[in-house]
Design a protein around this ligand. Structure first.
Ligand SMILES: [Zn+2]
Length: 228
């Protein structure tokens, strides 16, 4: 084996029954760690592994980092009687390496959280700019529309539910027809009995037809300019 190649994993076994160290003759309970040597089971003190800390399995990134940074590490397995095979329990690694790995994993999580917050902020800023731009577009095309109405229509259009013009490409581009539709919809709901017609059982197309002239009248008035 090349000197820089990673040696095969040291294997440590979590005992499933009481045992005695082949070197120091200390008796151990089940659950304690041992390594198998030619002479038999050897305790972690005798095997010079006692300075290592047990890191239970469950966090792959943490385990990988801890092993990568530990000068000495071992894989801990335990015999499963029901499955009739050794199963990984975790690793033994230097405490410093485990702590460093924990810090790196936390830093990763914190970095992900910061990135998520930046993205939320960017979306909010984009939405605010869209609402401001749409308000301006409404005021330009419908100078008679009161400023607070224009702002309210733009805010509504920019809300995140689907179907609003703020969610469509034409709306995003402040296409004149999209602007007109947003304003017309607002007039229909606020300045005509359209909603009441719907509530009283009129079909949508009928209700729209009934208020069409009223909507057109308000649109024309707003297009003409402020009432002097
Ligand atoms: Zn021993």
């Amino acid at each position: 084996m090349a000197p820089d190649a990673r040696p095969a994993d040291l294997l440590v076994i979590a005992a499933t029954r009481p045992w005695t160290c082949a070197e120091c003759s200390t008796e151990f309970d089940r659950g304690s760690f041992l390594t198998m040597e030619d002479a038999g089971p050897v305790c972690t003190v005798c095997a010079d592994l006692v300075h290592l800390e047990f890191l239970p399995r469950g966090d792959a990134a943490l385990t990988r980092r801890a092993r990568g940074q530990s000068r000495l590490s071992a894989v801990v397995v335990r015999w499963s009687r029901s499955r009739r095979r050794y199963e990984r329990q975790g690793i033994l690694a230097e405490t410093d390496a485990i702590e460093q790995a924990e810090r790196e994993c936390l830093a990763d999580a914190a970095a992900r959280e910061r990135r998520r917050q930046r993205e939320v902020l960017r979306r909010v800023e984009q939405d605010e700019r869209f609402v401001a731009d749409l308000t301006e577009a409404i005021r330009a095309r419908f100078p008679g529309c009161p400023a607070d109405r224009a702002a309210r229509i733009a805010r509504h259009a920019g809300e995140r539910s689907s179907g609003r013009i703020g969610r469509t490409r034409a709306g995003r581009a402040l296409d004149p027809e999209a602007v007109r539709l947003a304003v017309a919809a607002a007039i229909r709901h606020e300045d005509t009995p359209y909603d009441e017609l719907l509530m009283s059982g009129h079909a949508r197309s009928d209700a729209r037809e009934l208020v069409r002239q009223e909507v057109a009248r308000v649109l024309d008035g707003w297009r003409a300019g402020p009432v002097s």
